[in-house]
Design a protein around this ligand. Structure first.
Ligand code: ADP
Length: 222
């Protein structure tokens, strides 16, 4: 089964994708992570790095290719969780063709979060520059102010979490990504809406499991 986690930046897609991946034993495929990994490894992705730094989306052809390559790996044969893809209607069309050609069923999980919570989450996000652990000053603060719990390194604000960049990421979501919901509605794709505004990640996870399975699959994973 293909699970598409859909939601604005800061809606908790990454956190929920990890929980689902552990529970279901299928890979978590994040286009943001794949792009960052390639840039870190020195791949020449043309203007993609600059676009990411400024909060704009990268070209559809590039992400479509990365996703296709990833989904063709053997570990994705029995299912996968998409996080951050599709983000444009063109990507949604491309994905649907790929899935239809392989008769893979798809469920889209829309994580709904109110605007104020999104702003608080995005502006409070901190990362450890050494080990990559993510924190949030409002929802998951480090034990010692601004220092990583694991290695004591001073936490940083990711470049695309700077205020101006956050504004552009939210704009890109409203203009290019939100219309993907209507695309899915029109296509008759199975779409479930989950309230992800204020409850802790585990609670949201239980809600997702209920919505996609009709029972509390999270219980099986505890
Ligand atoms: P967030 O969901 O918090 O914005 P991501 O890690 O998913 O963060 O994405 C970071 C950046 O990577 C995006 O702002 C965009 O530039 C690029 N990106 C990720 N996924 C896609 C995609 N499917 N299409 C176009 N650009 C993408």
């Amino acid at each position: 089964m293909a699970i598409v986690l859909f939601g604005s930046p800061g809606s908790g897609k990454g956190t929920q994708a990890k929980l689902l991946s552990q529970c279901l034993g299928i890979p978590h495929v994040s286009t943001g992570d794949m792009l960052r990994e390639r840039i870190r490894a020195g791949a020449d992705l043309g203007p993609a790095a600059a676009r990411m730094h400024s909060g704009e989306l990268v070209r559809d052809e590039l992400v479509n290719r990365l996703v296709e390559e990833r989904l063709s790996q053997p570990d994705a044969a029995s299912g996968f969780i998409l996080d951050g893809y599709p983000r444009t209607v063109a990507q949604g069309e491309h994905l649907n063709e790929w899935l239809d050609a392989r008769c893979v069923a798809e469920v889209v999980v829309h994580l709904k979060v109110d605007y104020n919570s999104i702003i608080a989450r995005l502006t409070g996000r901190r990362a450890c520059p050494r080990c990559g652990t993510l924190y949030n000053l409002s929802t998951k603060p480090p034990k010692v102010d601004e220092l990583c719990d694991l290695d004591g390194e001073k936490l940083i604000i990711r470049e695309d979490d700077q205020e101006e960049v956050i504004r552009r990421r939210l704009e890109a979501y409203e203009q290019q990504t939100r219309p993907v919901l209507d695309f899915y509605r029109d296509a008759g794709t199975r779409l479930v809406e989950v309230d992800a505004s204020s409850d802790p990640p585990q609670k949201v996870f239980e809600r997702i499991c209920l919505a996609i399975n009709g029972h509390d699959r999270a219980q099986d994973c505890r």
